[in-house]
Design a protein around this ligand. Structure first.
Ligand code: TYD
Length: 202
C-alpha cells in the first residue's frame, strides 16, 4: 500500500484555492486514491457547525467562533482524515489548522500560543504533509468573492490584510511544511506551481 498523504489548501477568501484543489484532484485521480474534503463542514455534524459559522446572524464572540471551528476540526480529523490517510489515500483538504491561526489569531487578535495548543488538541497532533498557501492581494481576492458575502467574508479589508499577513508569517515559521504560491497568476500557471510542490510527494 502507498503511504497516505494529507495536503491542506489555505489562503484568504477568494484566493482560488478551491479551484486548484479540484484541478489537483482530477489530475491525481487516475494515479492514486484521492478524497477531497473541507473545513468547516465536511459532512454530518460538521455541516451543522458550518451553517452556524457562516450564516448565524447574531454576534459570535471570537473565542466561541474559535471553539466552533475547532469542534468541527476534531470531528473531521477523526471521522474523515485519519481513516483515509491510514488507508493510503491522498486527502486534499480545503482549509485546516492554519485558517484558525490566520483568521482567529492574526485576524481577530486571539492569543496565538493558545490557538496552537487548541489546534493540537483538535487534531491529536496529526500534521499535514504539505500546506499550500495561495497568496494574492486582498483587493483581488475580495473582488473574486463578489457582492454576496457570508458572515466571515463581510469582516472588512483590514481584517483580511491581517489574515493575509498571518499566512505569510506562518509560512516563515514553518518553511518545511508550508509553501506559498503567488495566486495572482493565471489558473494554469498557479496549477503548474502546485504540481511542482506535490509531484515529489506522490
Ligand atoms: P468557505 O465558504 O469554506 O470559504 P472559502 O471558500 O474561502 O474557504 O468559508 C469558510 C470561512 O471560514 C472562510 O471565511 C474562512 C473561515 N475560517 C476561519 O475563520 N477559521 C477556521 O479555522 C476555518 C477552517 C475557516
Amino acid at each position: 500500500m502507498k503511504k497516505g498523504l494529507f495536503i491542506t489548501f489555505e489562503g484568504a477568501d477568494g484566493c482560488g484555492k478551491t479551484t486548484q484543489l479540484n484541478l489537483l484532484s482530477d489530475y491525481l485521480k487516475n494515479k492514486r486514491d484521492v478524497i477531497i474534503t473541507r473545513e468547516p463542514g465536511a459532512k454530518g455534524l460538521g455541516e451543522k457547525l458550518r451553517e452556524i459559522l457562516l450564516n448565524y446572524d447574531g454576534d459570535i464572540a471570537p473565542q466561541c467562533e474559535s471553539f466552533l471551528f475547532l469542534a468541527d476540526r476534531a470531528q473531521h480529523i477523526e471521522q474523515i482524515v485519519k481513516p483515509a490517510v491510514s488507508e493510503g489515500k491522498i486527502v486534499l483538504c480545503d482549509r485546516h489548522t492554519d485558517s484558525t491561526v490566520a483568521y482567529q489569531g492574526y485576524g481577530r487578535g486571539l492569543n496565538l500560543e493558545e490557538i496552537h495548543y487548541l489546534n493540537t488538541l483538535a487534531t491529536g497532533g496529526l500534521k499535514p504533509d504539505l500546506t499550500v498557501v495561495f497568496d494574492v492581494d486582498i483587493e483581488t481576492s475580495l473582488s473574486r468573492v463578489g457582492s454576496e458575502k457570508d458572515r466571515m467574508e463581510a469582516a472588512g479589508i483590514d481584517f483580511f490584510n491581517r489574515v493575509r499577513n498571518g499566512y505569510l508569517e506562518i509560512a516563515k515559521q514553518e518553511p518545511q511544511r508550508v509553501k506559498v504560491i503567488d495566486a495572482a497568476k493565471s489558473i494554469d500557471e498557479v496549477f503548474n506551481d502546485l504540481l511542482k510542490l506535490v509531484t515529489p510527494l506522490i
